[in-house]
Design a protein around this ligand. Structure first.
Ligand code: TPP
Ligand code: MG
Length: 394
């Protein structure tokens, strides 16, 4: 684990400074842009299997992303939020949690769902089926949230409930840089700080909130420093470095559990009292905001190129190769597995039958009269005209 120096170089290499968009940033890193561990870095002490599993989940997430965009273009999937470039933080952080820790995400951190092995259950949501969000709850993942930052108070409430019930569980709550401009973010952070809820706030600073650049989002130097106002630590990390993302999340989870632990990654106030942490994952989205967006309208396509040099998949693969943990055959096997896992998930999702009345389920324990009326009207129309009248013509 190391921090970039103020001189801008991790290892003083001029080449890195020229090609590394994060060279001048003060943040935690384990891997350099080329995937080699940085000279002063502490590589997380993980089994070979776990290192390979992180790489496998990165590859599955990228493959899922490519296929989801392609399915949307073919009219086989609704609007989708691509995550290419941002897999390292979602996958690395999710590996740092216990299996029953809760993950609450915004809409772009698909890698966290992949780590929980929930792709089959998840994909139907993007095809319009409520069953998709219902099923991921089995893996302790909260449903996707479109109302920006609205899930943060819920995540803090869930964390508070764990604490109240004396359950040894924490909540990792993901959101974007844009979400920090919402009141819900500040209310959630304040509550977590005052009541020491076991919450890890995972802020994905990908440079953009649709077309609004980071500079128009906040006058703060960093997003991490916003934690200071609420009395807990904020940490900046290279979110395109899966191992650094793992390390800071691991330390934050220990801090949230009140386990003390390794203080190298989660700021300087680690002790035995449970404390929340705000992690700022500095990263970049390679693609569009969603499949309904055209980023060339607000950013130069060339702006993306420097960030491709930090591609989390390339860095993790290079690390595994360099440390003798994988060879050509191992890489090929993981890519084949990813193709298969994603193809199976698509087959499953496309076999799910549409149930229109589902759209009225799950938001309320008891339907309000107005919503009940809408549901009854729909069911009566289906009854009258037959289901086929509501199916899209192929
Ligand atoms: C309360 C609310 N306001 C506005 C929107 C429209 N909206 C959808 S995504 C988005 C940008 C969010 O940016 P960020 O939090 O940085 O996440 P990113 O998309 O970059 O991952 C906005 C403003 C919304 N969904 N909810
Ligand atoms: Mg953003």
């Amino acid at each position: 684990m190391t921090e970039n120096g103020a001189d801008g170089g991790d290892d003083g290499s001029a080449a890195d400074a020229a090609t590394d968009p994060l060279a001048d940033e003060d943040l935690y890193r384990v891997l350099g842009p080329d995937g080699s561990p940085l000279p002063d870095a502490t590589v997380p002490d993980l089994s070979d299997e776990r290192f390979r599993a992180i790489y496998r989940d990165l590859v599955v997430t990228r493959r899922f992303d490519e296929r989801a965009v392609s399915l949307q273009r073919q009219g086989r999937l609704g609007t989708y939020a691509p995550c290419a470039g941002q897999e390292g933080s979602a996958v690395g952080s999710a590996h740092a949690l216990a299996d029953d820790d809760l993950i609450s995400y915004q809409y772009r951190e698909h890698g966290a769902v992949v780590v929980r092995d929930l792709l089959d259950a998840y994909l139907p949501y993007w095809m319009g089926h409520e069953s998709g969000t219902e099923a991921i709850a089995e893996g302790d993942v909260f449903p996707l949230n479109i109302g920006i930052a609205a899930h943060l108070p819920h995540a803090v409430g869930a964390a508070w409930a764990f604490d109240y019930r004396d359950e040894d569980r924490v909540v990792a709550c993901h959101f974007g840089d844009g979400a920090t401009s919402e009141g819900d973010f500040h209310e959630a952070m304040n509550f977590a700080g005052v009541f020491d809820t076991p919450t890890i706030f995972c802020c994905h600073n990908n440079g953009w909130a649709i077309s609004v650049p980071r500079e128009r989002q906040t006058a703060s130097d960093t997003f991490a420093q916003k934690a200071t106002a609420y009395g807990f630590d904020g940490v900046r990390v290279d979110g395109m470095d899966p191992l650094a993302s793992y390390a800071v999340t691991r330390a934050a989870a220990e801090q949230a559990r009140g386990d003390g632990g390794d203080d190298s990654a989660a700021g300087d106030s680690l002790d035995d009292d449970p404390r929340p942490t705000l992690i700022e994952f500095v990263e970049y989205r390679f693609g569009a905001h969603t499949t309904a967006d055209d980023p060339s309208a607000y950013r130069d396509p060339d702006d993306v190129d420097p960030w491709r040099a930090l591609d989390p998949l390339d860095r993790m693969e290079a690390f595994l190769r360099e440390t003798g943990r994988i060879d050509d055959a191992g890489v090929a096997a993981i890519h084949d597995e990813a193709d298969e896992v994603v193809a199976d998930a698509i087959d499953f999702a496309e076999s799910v039958a549409a149930e229109p009345s589902d759209m009225f389920e799950d938001a309320y324990a008891e339907l309000p009269a107005e919503v009940r009326h809408q549901r009854d009207e729909l069911l009566a129309a289906v009854e009258e005209h037959g289901e086929d009248a509501f199916l899209r013509e192929e």
